[in-house]
Design a protein around this ligand. Structure first.
Ligand SMILES: [Zn+2]
Ligand SMILES: [Zn+2]
Length: 270
């Protein structure tokens, strides 16, 4: 029996003798099946060709990303808090170095994930570090490998630990979630955004899409709702899912101005 991982999105499927017929995540319009067709890998062969690169973004916040790039190529974040460490978003490769580093940092108390594109091998991480994974209940239909460590949460917000809050913004996925880390070094507040809020090149603007690969926008009412849901919170920085997506100042104002411009254009204005 093998745990097959989709090459295009990194999602792990339940153990089987043969690869699954298709990847539910990639068959959805918000992802894609490559023109070369659906293909599969497994953790051992991934380990031979890739490793995870670590970067300290600021005190208490590490970023980890697989190199060379694999699947969607998102980054995950590890926040160290007095209540324990949290992994924000997940990546498919769990290599020995990553295991050692995280155990030496005190392990994980929780994993929280923004949306199904980054579910990847979350069950393996949860098993290794014996911790729960928090997913928004609205996206439960996208869980393709059930596990007792997966905890579904409901509603608009949930405090994970003091200073760490999950906020459901919807948009790209109904349960699209960001994390607010209020206990950062300068106490100004950091949003870990996944691609629920997508930081654009230059890191001066953000955008919001229903499908990024197929370039399908969100309806105006959802952009309005997303912006209204995030504005009450206090934050300055935003770290997105991909390399270089680091807004270091004025994050809240950038979201509100970008949402305004988006709605203006969809309304036919220029
Ligand atoms: Zn896939
Ligand atoms: Zn996505």
């Amino acid at each position: 029996m093998t745990t097959y991982l989709c090459n295009a999105c990194g999602t792990a499927y339940p153990d089987s003798d043969n690869p699954p017929e298709a990847c539910k995540i990639c068959d959805d319009e918000r992802q894609y099946v490559p023109s070369s067709g659906q293909s599969w890998t497994e953790q051992n062969s991934l380990n031979k060709r890739h490793r995870n690169a670590w970067r300290l973004m600021e005190p208490g916040l590490f970023c980890l990303q697989t190199v060379p790039a694999f699947a969607i190529n998102q980054r995950a974040f590890l926040i160290t808090t007095p209540a324990g460490n949290i992994l924000w978003d997940c990546i498919a490769l769990l290599d020995n170095s990553t295991r050692e580093i995280i155990h030496s940092l005190g392990g994980l108390k929780a994993i929280a994930i923004s949306h199904p594109h980054y579910y990847t091998t979350m069950q393996d991480w949860a098993k290794e570090f014996d911790c729960p994974v928090y997913l928004h209940e609205s996206d439960k239909e996208w869980i393709v490998r059930p596990d007792s460590k997966l905890h579904l949460w409901q509603g608009r917000e949930m405090e994970l630990f003091p200073g760490c809050k999950l906020i459901c913004l919807g948009g790209h996925f109904a349960g699209g979630t960001v994390m607010l880390w209020s206990d950062d070094g300068d106490k100004k507040g950091v949003i870990l955004a996944g691609d629920i809020v997508q930081i654009t090149p230059g890191a001066h603007h953000v955008s919001f899409m229903w499908s990024y690969p197929n370039m399908l926008p969100l309806p105006i009412r959802q952009v309005k709702d997303l912006n209204e849901r995030i504005q009450p919170y206090c934050f300055e920085k935003i770290y997105g899912a991909f390399e270089g997506q680091d807004v270091l100042n004025n994050g809240k104002k950038i979201i509100s101005e970008s949402a305004g411009r988006y709605m203006q254009l969809l309304n036919g204005g220029d």
